[in-house]
Ligand binder design. Structure first.
Ligand SMILES: [Zn+2]
Length: 173
């Protein structure tokens, strides 16, 4: 396993629609392992392949937050939302590609998602609470959408300006 660099917004690679994965190859298995390691190291609760510069429909997540609880690393390949609740939920979201910026985003409170696992089989599960928010946020990444795209243009521009400044400072350091 290896840590991969996380792209920081604004970056054109974060705005692309990712390509579906065909067979589960060793490359895909390595990508998933690296993404999990990178996510836990950050630390974060979700990461999508475009965030590490790979334009494929792969995401990883683990929203177990309770102290001492067993981790639940999940790898979702070609995920699709097959149902969403009418009930909505608002969470303060953040993103590893938009460090230290947080904002309230309203999304369906529950979603049902179908995906291919590393076992090559199709899986389906209903997610709620933080898991529902996280899986929707990560699937957004696979479609070139960031959480700030759910905010007003003014808020989005404000955050984007901060990120441009951050990237400039990092480049100088
Ligand atoms: Zn994100």
């Amino acid at each position: 396993m290896a840590l991969r660099d996380i792209l920081i917004h604004p970056d054109p690679r974060l705005k692309k629609v990712a390509d579906p994965v065909g067979d589960i190859t060793d490359d895909i298995r390595r990508l998933a392992d690296d993404m999990l390691e990178t996510m836990y190291d950050a630390p974060g609760i979700g990461l999508a392949a475009p965030q590490v510069g790979v334009n494929r429909r792969v995401l990883v997540m683990d929203c177990v937050k309770e102290e001492g609880a067993a981790p639940r690393p999940m790898v979702l390949i070609n995920p699709e939302i097959t149902w969403e609740s009418e009930a909505l939920n608002t969470y303060e979201e953040g993103c590893l590609s938009i460090p230290e910026q947080y904002a309230d985003v309203t999304r369906p409170a529950e979603v049902e998602v179908a995906w291919t696992g590393l076992d090559g089989k199709r899986h389906q599960e209903r997610f709620d609470k933080l898991w529902a928010t996280c899986v929707q946020h990560e699937i957004d990444h696979l479609n070139g959408t960031l959480f700030i795209d759910h905010l007003t243009a003014l808020k989005r521009q404000l955050i984007t300006r901060k990120m441009v400044k951050l990237k400039r400072e990092k480049a100088r350091a």
